[in-house]
Design a protein around this ligand. Structure first.
Ligand code: 2P0
Length: 334
């Protein structure tokens, strides 16, 4: 092998996350700074995640990226921000097996190839940008031996897509909106890790896998420009709910958790206490949260009875842990 023929690689995986206090509206579009704090649950990486491999070699003449096997353009400002911010923090790298030494200052001249796959349908509109940008930043950081902590990595991922900053951590995560104009304090922090409340079961009812008509970015812009309610939500409603939600997560109080994000009305009313919670993002697909496997199995039975998946219909149910199906006496959803 002649000099210049080597390739060094790193691979990472990041799950998507579902907000229980939503991020909606930006105060700075370029830096992606939000108008309110948000809180989310990061999903199990086995089911809804992005896996990204990044490679560097002196034989690459430019940065390139493939998403699910198809080449995509890296020219957008969001990709460029993430690449620039990670490159700036790159350190010396030594791969002894390959006999390769990359000096910190070499990273500016070296180019990367990025290959990313989602293990869920990208078109289903299930926060694929959150998993994708978190994974891109995390994996580039690994390749370039970046030493910054997760808080700093989250603020770089944020510049790819706001919700991506929350996917840097597992478990329950809060994105603090921050006060500074440069975004330095607009970072995500972990409220509780994935083991803290692992009885919770999340079921996603995929009602449509069509690309949504309004992107989150432009929906937020319209809301900021035209809605007199948005400011009220950000300044008055959310701060209070964030405190209540943090408390509910800390004490694993499902009743309080479910009340904040609303109820699956009929069932919950008939039982007197919340059995299941639900939430929607910027699309038609429902995210249902059960406090335990028993309620998750009951919920699945009710869903399949009322909304049976039809042949040639895209509706289906995404359940992380398939053994819940057998608990419910269901052989398979398809
Ligand atoms: C959230 N959503 O908190 C909210 C709830 C959708 C509804 O964050 O413009 O793709 O890339 O920062 O992160 C989706 O918006 O928007 C989102 P950008 P993003 O999860």
């Amino acid at each position: 092998e002649g000099e210049g023929q080597w390739v060094v690689m790193a691979t990472g995986r990041s799950p998507t996350n579902i907000a229980v206090i939503k991020y909606w509206g930006k105060r700075d579009e370029a830096l992606i700074l939000p108008v309110n704090d948000s809180i989310s649950v990061t999903l199990d990486p086995d089911h809804l995640s992005a896996t990204t491999t990044v490679a560097v070699s002196p034989s690459f003449p430019s940065d390139r990226m493939w998403l699910n096997g198809k080449e995509i353009s890296l020219s957008g400002g969001r990709f460029q921000s993430c690449l620039r911010e990670i490159r700036k923090r790159a350190q010396d790298v030594e791969d002894e097996k390959k006999g390769v030494k990359i000096k910190k200052e070499d990273w500016e001249k070296l180019h990367v190839h990025i290959a990313s796959y989602n293990n869920f349908p990208t078109a289903a509109g299930l926060a694929s940008s959150a998993a994708g940008f978190a994974c891109l930043v995390f994996t580039l950081g690994k390749l370039m031996n970046v030493k910054e902590d997760y808080g700093e990595l989250s603020s770089i991922a944020r510049q790819g897509s706001g919700s991506a900053c929350r996917s840097i951590y597992g478990g329950f995560v809060k994105w603090c909106m921050g006060q500074n104009n440069d975004g330095s304090d607009s970072i995500a922090v972990q409220l509780a890790d994935e083991a803290h409340w692992n009885d919770l079961v999340i079921i996603i009812a995929v009602v449509s896998s069509k690309q949504k008509e309004t992107s989150s970015t432009s929906g937020m812009r319209d809301s900021v420009e035209t809605s007199p309610l948005l400011q009220y939500r950000a300044q008055t409603v959310v701060p209070n709910r964030v405190l209540k939600m943090e408390e509910a997560i800390k004490s694993r109080n499902f009743e309080s958790f479910a009340r904040i994000i609303s109820l699956v009305e009929k069932w919950n009313h008939s039982e007197g206490t919340p059995q299941v919670a639900y939430t929607f993002d910027a699309g038609p697909n429902a995210v249902l949260i059960a406090p335990n496997r028993k309620n998750a199995a009951l919920l699945l039975k009710k869903l399949l009875y009322c909304f049976p998946p039809q042949a040639n219909d895209l509706s289906s149910y995404m359940v992380g842990d398939k053994s819940i199906l057998s608990d419910a006496g269901i052989e398979s959803i398809e």
